[in-house]
Write a protein that binds this ligand. Sequence first.
Ligand code: 4AZ
Length: 268
Amino acid sequence: MAGKRWISLLRNVAVGAAALASTAGLAIPAAAGQPPSADGTRVVGGTRADPGEFPWMVRLSMGCGGALYTEQIVLTAAHCVSRTGNDTSITATLGVVDLHSSDAKEVRSSSVYRSPTYDTTGGDWALIKLAGPVRGIPTLPLATSGAGNTGTFTIAGWGAASEDGDQQRYLRKADVPFVDDKTCQAQGAGYGDLKPDAELCAGNVDDGGVDTCQGDSGGPLFRRDESGKWTQLGITSWGDGCARAHAPGVYTEVSTFASDIAAAAEKI
Ligand code: 4AZ
């Protein structure tokens, strides 16, 4: 518990700094370069995504990630938003890996739906309805069964490339292995509070080195299914720091909430 609260604090600092930087019109520092450094501290331990590689990736102005779920709805984390209701304060940036690109589509939010179970039984997901539909950008479908909750996943985001590091200008990506609930729960810090049906873990338990980090929250954990279609299996939620050994990333278990998300999308 204490561990998890500490992480939330870190996140809020990062989100606050990102929001401040964007309102002040300050540049978000660019990634220093390719390839990732040898010490593996660079999305932590990842590389830059290619333009168009993950077209449904969304950057949100409060300093979170998201994925385009329908042409007018972004799926993100409940902890990235404050409440359900009308909300025109969020700007979504879509269609680019470079947040400074003149090709970026910037669309305002019109309303938010925050998972009603997040504060009790878990379910760190939320929907952001955009002011209008975005045309020509593919959406990312959700896993509706738990069959894919195993193997290797891809993570992506504009969050810090090292713990407490700067938010990134260019989208970064990495692959992380699934960690089973029992192993994840045994990692100390806040991991004993893991909600096995609502959350799934991923990362290198023994060595760390590859992970999501502050500012990646709300973004997707995904892979191609058997037919080659990209599918979302998780939403970046929390962890004890970033890329530490014995501290895997924790993701909302999308298959558990896929029908709730679909129902909410109908009425938002
Ligand atoms: C965050 O604060 C955050 N290492 C996201 C992911 C992880 C930790 C923190 C997992 O957005």
